[in-house]
Ligand binder design. Structure first.
Ligand code: ZN
Length: 354
């Protein structure tokens, strides 16, 4: 679900389904696996979550600084996010995801950083991303198509190549600060942002709003339903996307926006793993599905996914890097790396663990 703070009430009911695997806290939140009762349903319950080793690819979009002398992209967030994906793998933080099985009994077991490319560059003469500084429903798919079908973009080793197209992977588009994305009626990045990050799948993503023959416009890229995340620069909408740091508070990696990005990305990654394929709200208007249809794990009553209930402060497992509450908070430490992350709702028994 789109990343934005919302409050959790204590008396949500639970829908029941003869098919779904579900677990509910008494009188409370109910997470359940995809319910196939919808007669228009085309989502495969045996692939309702991403399985086994999940590859994560990063697409850095926009004017990420390129240093001609060093012949490389230099923004510290590039290494931060790359390391972060590796650090999440096998961590206590992501462990709850292993309990989110699909109908085939399979769950994700590993997270693997599999590559990165750059679409755009910043230096003395900035080169905007290929689709310009404002992305929409059509052009964000163009970013993915370009990354997966051309050799136009710059790979992390600074050769030009395309990324592999994989069904069991997540492609993360990381917008530079000048980029604003308007996707299915919401805004990511900039002072008018309504949300901070989002995950989608290309097949059920509405590239042609109000298209009556929507099914004919379903987007497969290299014959694959591509799962993707968009995250904006949190510094451009700080009150919305950096709310978990108080003013002037140090952050674990000394970059408030980069540290906020790790938290927002973590949220979208676990939701993309456990609910990779769904029809979005806007699709309902353009295609005859009677309800919003989630393909994986969600709370049917509130149309919330597994990270949506665990965003608000406080994060109970908070520690401080120098054991001093004036210092940077963290909830996950892997080697010399520290991250301050929200919780994940547990599939069995709930509630959030951190
Ligand atoms: Zn969410």
């Amino acid at each position: 679900m789109r990343y934005v703070l919302f409050l959790v009430l204590s008396f949500f009911g639970c829908l029941s389904s003869s098919f779904a695997t579900s677990s509910c806290t008494p009188g409370g939140i109910c997470m359940s696996l995809h319910d196939q009762s919808n007669p228009w349903d085309t989502i495969d319950p045996n692939h309702a979550v991403l399985h086994g080793s999940v590859h994560v690819y990063l697409i850095f979009y926009g004017e990420w600084n390129y240093d001609g002398t060093l012949a490389g992209y230099t923004d510290p967030r590039i290494n931060l996010l790359q390391n972060f994906i590796g650090d999440l793998n096998g961590s206590s933080w992501i462990a709850p995801v292993a309990s989110y099985y699909d109908a085939a009994g399979a769950a994700a077991t590993n997270l693997y950083f599999a590559g990165a490319i750059f679409d755009g560059a910043g230096n003395g003469t900035p080169t905007p991303g290929s689709q310009g500084n404002t992305l929409n429903n059509t052009t964000i798919i163009n970013v993915l198509k370009r990354a997966l079908t051309t050799t136009s973009d710059v790979r992390m080793d600074y050769s030009h190549t395309q990324l592999p197209t994989e069904d069991n992977a997540i492609y993360v588009i990381v917008g530079h600060h000048e980029v604003v994305a308007n996707l299915e009626g919401e805004t990511y990045g900039g002072s008018s942002a309504t949300h901070c990050g989002v995950h989608y799948n290309s097949k059920y993503f509405d590239t042609t709003s109000a298209n009556a023959s929507y099914s004919s416009s379903w987007t497969l890229i290299n014959n694959t339903n591509v799962k993707f995340i968009y995250v904006a620069d949190p510094d451009t909408s700080s009150s919305l996307c950096e709310f978990f740091y108080s003013a002037g508070q140090p952050t674990p990696n000394g970059d408030k926006g980069g540290d906020a990005l790790t938290n927002i990305l973590a949220h979208e990654l676990v939701e993309s793993i456990t609910d990779p394929v769904f029809y979005s709200v806007d699709d309902q208007n353009n295609y005859p599905y009677p309800t919003l249809e989630f393909g994986g794990w969600q709370d049917n009553t509130n149309q919330a996914e597994i990270a949506d209930y665990c965003m608000q402060l406080p994060y109970p497992n908070t520690h401080y890097i120098n054991n001093n509450t004036n210092n940077a908070p963290y909830t996950l430490n892997v080697g010399s790396h520290y991250y301050f992350l929200q919780g994940i709702y547990q599939a069995v028994g709930g509630p959030c663990i951190y």
